[in-house]
Design a protein around this ligand. Structure first.
Ligand SMILES: *Cc1c(COP(=O)(O)O)cnc(C)c1O
Length: 430
């Protein structure tokens, strides 16, 4: 069992919060043990209320790319807070942040700041529907785009059929406006466009899937999506809430040299505070209120504290070598994990793109959601629990990524590999 204070806290929280948490994965439902409650975090380390220290590979789901409580980010937050915490009126820092985003992404000319990735994607979808005057959205199974109605859907019975709700409370008629296809399946994308020709407003994709664990696009996949959209006057929306500013300053679009029509950003760009954004060409963004007829608003959009944290974080990420450092730390970790698994004779497939990776317990390649679901989840759960015992905090779900940050030192990585050696060993012993 987990330590008493966290267990007690979870039980107490359950009296007041449904499931004891404010976001489902925090309940550790995917790993059959109680969650740790966090006291504080610093750099690559996170501390629970029982005083345990962990090397953190969750990093607030990737938001903490410069590490926890970075002094420059803290200073920016403190300075901003002293001047007032919210005005509901424009500030200079919002323009500065938008300018940074425009500079980083070739495909973005204007930006709307929002408070969450969910809002960014929801607005992107509305914008695409308004721009194309069409209704259907294509998404991929296993990709997550926040919790708006249109996107909490699962594949219907046949390939390229209308989707069905994947959450209670999502009306069937709304789900029917989304088509769900398997990720990395070029034929399925072509088929969907053939069947729904002239009705597709947008293809919405994570350019590197990172919410079913990390699944990179196969060669030519993103280009195929781009071509299909162009041929049918549909927009290509890249949900770069995880990949934006992480894989490169210009996200997956820079890495794979593909331009999206609309880009959604979140997580990293908020520097650990609630800030997210969508951006696109001028002709698309001109449709957004008050410039155009597509309504969207937010009391806390462009909030001065969140914007200060965002600007400070993106400023740190402009320093030379950041992305090389992320790449080399993550490559070292990947090689060490692969080695440790081999040493224990546990078959794994480690998918990695830059500083995001997943260690799947399987002998096969993992290229889509069906592949992920066929991996050995029981082994993952044991591995997770062992790693936690060894002071390594991985995402508490076989369907989530590991996030390497700039704060992870070589010693952190080496300690993690040592822990993995023992943990893989324990999987066979049990
Ligand atoms: C986290 C995430 C979202 C949702 O962002 P929130 O800020 O949690 O609403 C959307 N898309 C992707 C790819 C994400 O990883």
């Amino acid at each position: 069992m987990r330590d008493t204070k966290s267990a007690e806290a979870f039980s107490e929280a359950g009296n007041f919060l449904p499931g004891g948490v404010n976001s489902p994965v925090r309940a550790f439902g995917g790993v059959d043990i109680g969650p740790i409650f966090i006291e504080r975090a610093s750099g690559s380390k996170i501390y629970d209320i029982d005083g345990n220290e962990y090397t953190d590979y969750v990093g607030s789901w990737g938001a903490m790319i410069v590490g926890h409580a970075h002094p420059k980010v803290l200073k920016a937050i403190q300075t901003a807070a002293q001047k007032g915490t919210s005005f509901g009126a424009p500030t200079l820092a919002e323009t500065e942040l938008a300018e940074r985003i425009v500079a980083a992404f070739d495909s973005i000319e204007k930006v709307r700041l929002v408070s969450s990735g969910t809002e960014a994607v929801m607005t992107a979808v509305r914008l695409a529907r308004a721009y194309t005057k069409k209704d259907l959205i294509i998404k991929m199974a296993g990709c997550y785009h926040g919790h708006s109605d249109s996107l909490l859907v699962a594949a219907g019975s046949g390939l390229a059929e209308a989707a069905i709700p994947s959450s209670a409370g999502v009306p069937g008629p709304i789900a029917k406006l989304t088509v769900v296809i398997p990720y990395n399946d070029i034929d399925a994308a072509e088929t969907a466009f053939r069947i729904h020709k002239g009705k597709i407003a947008a293809v919405l994709a994570e350019p590197v899937a990172a919410n079913m664990g990390v699944v990179p696009p196969v060669d030519g996949y993103l280009q195929t999506l781009r071509n299909l959209c162009d041929a049918d006057d549909a927009l290509l929306i890249f949900d770069e809430v995880i990949t934006g500013f992480r894989l490169a300053p210009g996200g997956a679009q820079q890495l794979f040299n593909i331009k999206a029509d609309i880009t959604c950003l979140g997580k990293i760009m908020g520097g650990g505070l609630p800030a997210a954004a969508l951006g696109a060409r001028v002709d698309i963004m001109a449709l957004l209120a008050p410039a155009g007829p597509v309504y969207q608003a937010g009391t806390l959009s462009g909030n001065p504290i969140a914007t200060a944290a965002a600007n400070a974080t993106l400023d740190i990420l402009t320093k030379q070598d950041c992305y090389q450092k992320l790449e080399s730390s993550a490559a070292l970790l990947q090689a060490g994990l692969a080695d440790a698994a081999r040493g224990a004779n546990i078959p794994v497939a480690i998918n990695r793109v830059g500083s995001i990776m997943s260690c799947f317990f399987t002998e096969r390649k993992v290229r889509n959601f069906a592949d992920v679901r066929s991996t050995n989840i029981k082994q993952f759960k044991k591995f997770f629990a062992e790693m936690l015992e060894h002071g390594i905090y991985l995402a508490p779900s076989a369907y989530e990524a590991m996030f390497v940050s700039l704060a992870h030192s070589q010693q952190d990585i080496e300690k993690t590999i040592e822990a993995a050696k023992n943990s893989f060993q324990m999987i066979i012993d049990k």
